[in-house]
Design a protein around this ligand. Structure first.
Ligand SMILES: [Mn+2]
Length: 465
């Protein structure tokens, strides 16, 4: 079977596809051209010239003319593009699937999901591919709603009309001002009605079967943070995908996320594709019980943008009676954007501020290591010791109320590697080289090529989640 047919690319309307923001504009303009009877290629040329001049033709259309805006929305929704993510799961995942997932009554046997997706400055094509993948490759009887959080997008990236037309389970919540990803996710969680919350992103493809291991685990123990493995989409058309290898997720003393060793290096008895415990979640994509998530404090609403919230949630999950498990039989492919594709900048001071808020609440006496590591980072111009992080008394009071265990308990029982984690920067930050490189990772050839995340990072093919 060829790679292309295995990936099941179905794209009837756009065989060439949009390659970048610039060509997307051209494509939209070409569609307007067809409507008005002018050949598309004329508009392509006009569009290129206008794009070069920095004119925002599409934006003008969307802002000024309700009728045209409506037609554009309908046209976008009619686009029947669909990319099926390849089934990169270990063969045992199919063998181990419980019988009940094929039971027509499965919707009454498993908890239902509210899927939450914040979006900001996202390309419509990627939002469309993500939604199509979810609605096509998920048992929609288990999905109560898909809540999009519009983080105060400018009109051309708003898509509310399009999203509501795409599927009747889609809802859109619009923030009155830009709150950042973390707070947006918290807003979505508070609005969610289903028993399970799944945080996804607007540039993903789900692999069929992804939901069952997560929902089964949450049915058995709602105090679980159920983490799918996140495969890497390597191109803007979502066609090239590298499967992630099962790895432990952790962090260093600066509370920066790190991919660590393989589960079999931690536990000799470990056998792929069993679920395995992990000290942290890389963030972004995961499933939790709505009640437990909100009970232990959701997200810190005073954290801005994103960064640090994944580690904070991880420390809180473990210390407050929960656990984090990774499920190699649940896979979601995610487009790891390179810098040129970042739709917005994230300010370093904001990230350090978020991490310090987390550190002050959860690190106990180890907070000094946090400051020292930040001070040793030559690239870091932020004085973490003096940085004002605002009021954290609510978060500390919540920790006390929940009678959460301390940092020493967490290190001894969940993340003993942290005891010997050198108080130095990851190599990546010092030398530009990856902090962790897998030497000859054991691979199985009976299923699609498996690449360790660390290798992708090393090859510069993707950035940290
Ligand atoms: Mn993302």
């Amino acid at each position: 079977m060829s790679k292309r047919s295995r990936r099941g690319v179905q794209d009837h309307k756009h065989t060439s596809g949009a390659k970048s923001g610039g060509s997307r504009k051209k494509e939209d303009m070409a569609r307007y051209g067809q409507r008005s009877g002018v050949p598309g290629w004329v508009w392509l040329i006009v569009g290129s010239v206008l794009a070069l001049c920095g004119k925002q033709l599409v934006e003008t259309v969307t802002q000024n003319d309700e009728g045209k805006r409506d037609k554009l929305a309908r046209r976008r929704v009619k686009d029947n593009v669909l990319v099926n993510a390849p089934d990169v799961r270990h063969p045992k995942c199919r063998e181990a699937e419980p019988e009940y997932i094929h039971d027509p009554e499965v919707a009454s046997l498993l908890p239902h999901m509210s899927i939450i997706i914040p979006y900001l400055g996202e390309r419509w094509r990627h939002v469309l591919l993500s939604v199509r993948s979810i609605t096509h490759s998920t048992n929609m009887n288990l999905v109560d709603e898909i809540i999009f959080i519009d983080d105060a997008n400018e009109p051309k990236y708003n898509y509310t009309q399009e999203l509501l037309m795409l599927h009747d389970k889609i809802k859109v919540i619009s923030n009155p001002e830009r709150y950042g990803v973390t707070k947006s996710k918290y807003i979505g969680a508070q609005a969610a009605r289903a028993e399970v919350i799944v945080f996804l992103e607007p540039h993903i493809l789900v692999v069929p079967g992804w939901e069952y291991p997560l929902l089964t685990a949450l049915k058995q123990d709602p105090k679980t943070l159920a983490q799918p493995l996140v495969d890497a989409i390597l191109d803007t058309e979502f066609v090239n995908i590298n499967a992630a290898r099962a790895q432990i997720s952790g962090f260093d003393w600066s509370l920066t996320h790190l991919w660590r060793e393989f589960p079999e290096h931690r536990d000799k008895k470990y056998q792929e594709p069993d679920p395995y415990p992990s000290p942290s979640s890389p963030g972004g994509i995961m499933a939790v019980s709505r009640d437990f998530f909100l009970e232990i404090g959701g997200y810190d609403p005073e954290m801005r943008e994103w960064g640090g919230e994944n580690t904070e949630l991880s420390l809180r999950f473990w210390q407050c009676g929960g656990k984090i498990l990774m499920f190699p039989c649940s896979r979601v492919a995610h487009w790891f954007r390179s810098a040129e594709h970042q739709p917005y900048d994230v300010n370093l001071t904001v990230v350090v501020r978020n991490k310090k808020r987390a550190g002050l609440v959860w690190l106990d006496d180890h907070i000094e290591k946090f400051y020292q590591l930040h001070e040793r980072d030559a690239a870091n111009k932020v004085d973490s010791r003096r940085l004002d992080v605002g009021d954290i008394s609510d978060r500390i009071a919540h920790r006390d109320r929940m009678q959460c265990k301390g940092m020493d308990w967490y290190i001894d029982n969940v993340y003993p590697e942290l005891r010997v984690q050198p108080l130095q920067l990851p190599l990546q930050a010092l030398s530009g080289k990856p902090h962790y490189r897998v030497k000859n990772p054991p691979m199985k050839v009976s299923y699609p090529k498996v690449t360790a995340l660390a290798d992708l990072l090393a090859d510069g093919l993707m950035e940290e989640l």
